[in-house]
Ligand binder design. Structure first.
Ligand SMILES: Cc1ncc(C[n+]2csc(CCOP(=O)(O)OP(=O)(O)O)c2C)c(N)n1
Ligand SMILES: [Mg+2]
Length: 288
């Protein structure tokens, strides 16, 4: 797939994805709004720039793999896949319906193109990534594995077992991305179970640690490039994000972890997304 490098185009795509997320969740009547909106920029950078993939050939053996360990943010994955051309956008509105390929959490057995693994039970994705990365090394394949995690998810012990294994096997073909929004279902991570010093923890587990602003495209692309070029250790990108980013009235509010807008709220949210897009666009034009 042609890689998009123009930050303004990436911005436009990410705000289209945000609008799709709001529309599909409001239609479904349940799901996870906050984390999905917060990850829209990271997903846009990943699928429209970093990833080696072909939406027309979703099972191409040499494709990079994306493991969504935090299955609850399935809407950002579905909207990004549809925007990239994996399937028609109209299917997004079947989210969470019985028989739909778009279940509340991704299901590999639904046959939805672009889904590499089922997920939803937190903490398992890094172990899956480790298995895939070891297999790729044994096959002398140059594919890369990206696993996407939440900060609250890192409280799961299995993550750290997998982190140890990845470092032990020198799996430099893994890039883990952590959505560091500082929030989880019950409130701030610092209050529920503090993760800090997070970067030092990953470093102590033998990883190459890269930080970035998860809403600044040049910074996200720089972080992906550093991970791609690093040899000998797996890399983790700690992406600082804002839960609910793009809808000002719900930004940084953990109450929106698992809430969806009513149809009236959805109209208001779409206006806010439009306004946030214009602000971000003028910021990026001023910084040129
Ligand atoms: C093993 C497991 N325990 C609990 C849950 C329920 N759960 C879903 S998301 C979530 C919060 C995770 O926090 P974080 O990873 O920071 O995601 P965010 O709230 O930022 O989207 C919880 C507890 C789950 N899906 N799996
Ligand atoms: Mg979080």
């Amino acid at each position: 797939m042609t890689k998009i490098t123009d930050s303004r185009l990436l911005l436009e795509l990410s705000y289209n994805i945000r609008a799709l997320i709001v529309k599909m969740l409001s239609t479904a009547g349940s799901g996870h709004t906050g984390g999905s909106l917060g990850l829209a920029d990271v997903f846009t950078a990943l699928y429209f720039n970093e990833l080696n993939h072909n939406p027309q050939k979703p099972l191409w053996p040499d494709r990079d793999r994306v493991i969504l360990s935090i299955g609850h943010v399935a809407p950002v994955l579905y909207a990004t896949l549809a925007e990239a051309g994996y399937f028609d956008k109209s299917e997004l509105f079947t989210l969470r319906k019985i028989g739909s390929r778009l279940q509340g959490h991704p299901g590999r057995d639904t046959g939805l193109p672009g889904i590499e693994t089922s997920s939803g039970s937190l903490g398992q994705g890094l172990s899956i990534a480790v298995g895939m990365a070891i297999a790729a090394k044994k096959d002398n394949s140059g594919i890369r594995i990206f696993s996407i995690h939440g900060d609250g998810e890192l409280q799961e012990g299995q993550i750290w077992e997998a982190a140890m294994a990845a470092a032990h096997h020198k799996l430099d073909n893994i890039t883990a991305v952590v959505d560091v929004n500082g929030l989880q279902i019950d409130g701030p991570t610092t209050k529920v179970m503090n993760l800090e010093p997070l970067g030092l923890k990953w470093e102590a587990f033998g990883w190459n640690v890269i930080g970035c602003n998860g809403h600044d495209f040049s910074d996200i692309l720089r972080a992906f490039r550093e991970a791609r070029e690093f040899r000998g250790k797996p890399s983790v990108i700690l992406a600082s994000t804002v839960m609910g980013k793009g809808v000002k009235s719900i930004e940084n509010n953990h109450g929106w972890h698992g809430r969806v807008p009513s149809s009236t709220e959805a109209v208001e949210f779409l206006c806010q997304i439009d306004e946030s897009y214009r602000i971000e666009l003028s910021k990026s034009e001023l910084s040129k």
